[in-house]
Design a protein around this ligand. Structure first.
Ligand code: NAP
Length: 353
């Protein structure tokens, strides 16, 4: 396991995910926050003034740190966590990778690029093999590794064990997504208090396409997408953190509810993940309580890195249905990104090509 320490930068450090990175990296054994970067609106200001800190205590050593611009000439760290708005992430992340940095991105921009890994370590660690393809294709010494849309991440973790064991041929995905998923300041309070909004811009296509890529297989330098069809309904609901995802799945081969429960309960994901600093004891916890998972009660499982799965039962249209819950800014964003970086570090992949 790695003993080396890396200086890291956070791009988009002032936003909801950027702040979650700061919390996830506090006291990290391998990574130390060296630079905080955001837009020109924030650059040049002390971090505590540039951002509206949302949760817990802002680490005092970062409060007076001057925010810099998201430019590789100003940000020197070799490892860069990107929590950038997608309006700018595409170009900025490429500039950093071109400059020899490793970028762990939360933005949608490069997720579906054929040579960019879209990774949940327990689900598809093998896809990191695309990094060498990317470096070869683009002549970069650094590279970009992405994590998925937050709702797709929760669904993927519940679906991966079942796809491995039985194959999935169709999935109906219905989400109830917390307001922190929209960033800060996010959804206006009068739009969401006492309300449900059955529309999240661009979310449904992201869930549909990213699941097929993540649950696909890397073969000869290409990810062959999983051959299932996904239909997603995505909804914004007035919860703070945690995306609740109801899934109806058609399986490739018949399986009883007991078999499905057994497969999900026994799943540990890729063995290389165990022991990484941000890895939870269990990637999935299966609950048998009839009214769980619940957002309030289960969102902090595994310090926000465990997905809780419950209500596993037969589906009269498909084969099986269930409910999964995961923390959107931790497992679905900053925590997932840090775990990706830990996996890269543990495999010696954070050295320039
Ligand atoms: P957010 O709260 O709106 O934060 C956006 C960040 O981007 C801020 O730090 C902002 O800096 C920076 N930014 C905006 N325009 C910029 C520019 N022109 N140049 C440089 N920096 C700029 O959004 P968020 O929820 O943290 O999401 C960040 C990214 O993660 C997005 O791509 C989002 O889709 C993705 N994501 C979010 C979640 C979630 O649960 N929230 C989950 C998965 C993925 P200023 O403060 O200086 O404007």
């Amino acid at each position: 396991m790695s003993q080396r320490r890396w200086a890291v930068a956070i791009l988009g450090a002032t936003g909801a995910v950027g702040q979650t990175f700061i919390r996830q990296l506090a006291g990290h054994p391998w990574f130390e926050i060296a630079e905080l970067a955001a837009s020109d609106r924030s650059a040049g200001r002390p971090y505590a003034e540039a951002c509206r800190w949302l949760e817990g205590t802002l680490p005092p050593e970062l409060a007076s740190r001057t925010v810099v611009r998201c430019d590789p000439s100003e940000v020197k760290a070799p490892l860069v966590f990107s929590a950038l708005d997608s309006g700018v992430a595409g170009e900025v992340e490429q500039a950093f990778a071109r400059a020899g940095r490793f970028v762990l991105s939360n933005a949608k921009n490069h997720r579906m690029d054929v040579d960019v890994p879209l990774v949940i370590p327990e689900v598809n660690a093998a896809h990191l093999g695309l990094l060498a393809v990317q470096q070869r294709n683009r002549g970069w010494t650094g590279g970009i590794v992405t994590n998925a849309n937050c709702a797709a991440t929760v669904a993927a973790m519940a679906m991966a064990p079942l796809h491995e064991a039985f194959g999935i041929s169709k999935a109906m995905v219905f989400t109830m997504q917390a307001v922190s998923g929209a960033g800060y300041p996010g959804v206006p309070s009068l739009d969401i208090l006492g309300n449900v909004i059955p529309y999240i811009g661009e979310e449904e296509p992201k869930v549909e396409r990213e699941l097929a890529k993540m649950l696909g297989t890397l073969d000869a330098g290409t990810v062959r997408h999983a051959p299932f069809t996904v239909s997603a309904h995505t909804n914004r609901v007035p919860t703070e953190h945690g995306h609740l995802v109801c899934l109806s799945l058609a399986l490739g081969r018949a399986a009883s509810v007991d078999e499905v429960v057994g497969v999900l309960g026994a799943w540990r994901g890729h063995p290389d993940v165990k022991g990484l600093p941000s890895a939870p004891d269990l990637p999935i916890v299966v609950t048998s309580e009839p009214d769980r998972p619940q957002t309030r009660r289960d969102v902090w499982a595994g310090r926000g890195m465990t997905v809780t799965v419950g209500r596993i039962r037969p589906d009269p249209l498909f084969d099986v249905k269930l409910v999964a819950l995961g923390h959107n800014t931790i497992r679905g964003a900053a925590g997932g990104s840090v775990l990706n970086a830990e996996l890269l570090a543990s495999r010696g992949l954070l050295e320039p090509a």
